[in-house]
Design a protein around this ligand. Structure first.
Ligand code: UDX
Length: 464
């Protein structure tokens, strides 16, 4: 495993440590099962390789030929810590194969896990077109006794709709439909798969629930609570989890804004309140706002579901609006340091929505940089892992492959992602090549006193 670079004294790196707990080599009386996983995104690939590691025989279906050939050679089309190593190990064991033929791959498998994307549609509700495409193919192929497992995040009520669709297509109730939502964090997905705080399995067939529980029990070297419930409840648990996480981050971002106005250090407040087990320390790090492929879409689906039922929810809507304002707040922090944004050169460190991922989906960097550009700034940006998607999402920035180049002649530096690499840069050298020594550390990852000693006007989130 790549050793994490040594951080500057007394600094936390990101929001989680990362020891990949090795699972016990699988053997013993429990027999592996034949499993199909449909969709080789980061969730599907982690689940497929993880199930193989547990000792099951897994076929992971991917229709994109380029992605398929990469995966078959043990490479990933995106960055996910330790996943490449895990995939290579399980390919070599023969327990994991990748295929593009859905109908062939489903044959004879006890459980078929769906991990296709369910992104937000334009109206904010979940777009289930990819799921529908797979379901119609499976309805022709799946046979009695097989179990369909929805691991994708699906709107409340989806499993029942699928059961009804199956029965209308001659399957009656022979195909059990189970919900098994994932709670994997990008950048920590492999760790989270092998060290889940809980597993959720929803359905109305005890036998099918037991079968899916068994798939996990084979690999868990320590007891993990398995919450079994009905389909609808399992679907709601997933949304409730992500909406709460967004709410918690949204709270600490607003706390930080108020702390900045009264001269209180929000990080000290967060540490002290987080010591209360009812609050907890995690997801209390103020930043540029939350993003990613999950929290935004799941919050919008949650709000959309309530709206469609005429249920008035106030907090989720406020969480969404507060997050949009956080992007504005970061822009204003830069504006406050730079006399005039028009014509200013801004050096940006970090484009991805968080560290240890290459993913830019719904990254706060996009609206924040767009606002800077719209007001006439010139933006030069560096990110150690952001993929080429950045070109289409932020076509007007200057993308450099050396972080120091973002500082050359810059009027202000802006840190948007908590890559630990940025803590190890020579900030004294950066101060000497900038035009003005301004910095907005939107992730609070640098030591304020050290930066101030280098002559920086140092602004952060909640440290005043
Ligand atoms: C999230 C959930 O954590 C995971 O359980 C679910 O399965 C998928 O969605 P992920 O989207 O990978 O995972 O990101 P996460 O680590 O939750 O962070 C979400 C956003 O909140 C990121 O933009 C992150 O930078 C931000 N964040 C998180 C903060 O700003 N402060 C924090 O303290 C924690």
């Amino acid at each position: 495993m790549k050793k994490k670079p040594r951080a500057l004294e007394g600094l936390k790196i990101g929001n989680s440590d990362y020891p990949l707990e090795d699972t016990a080599p699988l053997s013993g009386p429990l027999q592996g099962m034949k499993i199909c996983v449909v969709g080789a995104g980061f969730v599907g690939t982690v689940a497929a390789a993880g199930f193989a590691r547990f000792g099951h025989q897994v076929v992971c279906v991917e229709k994109d030929q380029n992605r398929l050939s990469l995966l078959r050679s043990g490479q990933l089309p995106y960055f996910e810590r330790d996943l490449e190593e895990l995939v290579r190990r399980e390919l070599a064991s023969g327990r994991l194969v990748f295929d593009s033929d859905l109908e062939k791959s489903v044959e004879g498998k006890k459980a078929v896990f769906l991990t296709v994307g369910t992104p937000s549609s334009s109206g904010g509700r979940a777009d289930l077109s990819a799921l529908q495409e797979v379901i119609s193919a499976l309805s022709r192929k799946m046979k009695s006794g097989q179990i369909l497992v929805l691991k994708s995040t699906v709107p409340v009520g989806t499993a029942e709709i699928i059961k009804k669709y199956f029965s209308q297509n001659g399957k009656r109730s022979e195909i059990e439909v189970i919900n098994n939502p994932e709670f994997l964090r990008e950048g920590n997905a492999v760790f989270d798969f092998f060290n889940p705080p809980r597993i959720v399995i929803g359905g109305n067939s005890g036998e099918a629930i037991e079968t899916i529980s068994h798939i996990y029990k084979m690999g868990m070297t320590k007891s993990v609570p398995i919450y079994t419930t009905d389909n609808r409840t399992a679907e709601m648990i997933k949304y409730a989890s992500n909406v709460f996480l967004a709410t918690k981050v949204g709270f600490v971002n607003e706390l930080a804004r108020l702390c900045d106005s009264v001269g209180v250090n929000a990080l000290e407040v967060a540490r002290a309140i987080g010591a209360d087990p009812r609050i907890g320390h995690q997801f209390l790090e103020p930043g540029p706002g939350w993003g990613g492929s999950c929290l935004p879409k799941d919050l919008q689906e949650f709000i959309g579901l309530a709206d469609s039922l005429g249920v008035s929810l106030f907090i989720p809507r406020a969480v969404s609006e507060a997050n949009l304002y956080q992007f504005e707040h970061i822009y204003l922090k830069v504006k406050n340091l730079v006399e005039n944004i028009a014509g200013a050169r801004i050096g940006v460190l970090g484009l991805t929505f968080k560290a240890n991922t290459s993913d830019l989906r719904q990254s706060p960097a996009i609206p924040i940089i767009t606002k800077l550009l719209d007001n006439g700034a010139e933006v030069t940006a560096y990110d150690p892992a952001a993929d080429d998607e950045a070109k289409s999402l932020l076509p007007d920035i200057i993308r450099v492959d050396d972080p120091y180049k973002t500082a050359e002649g810059a009027d202000c530096m802006l840190i948007l992602t908590e890559w630990s690499d940025f803590q190890l840069l020579d900030w004294n050298r950066i101060s000497e090549i900038m035009k003005s020594k301004n910095i907005v550390d939107a992730r609070n990852i640098l030591p304020p006193e050290l930066l101030k000693r280098y002559g920086f006007n140092y602004a952060s989130i909640g440290q005043n």
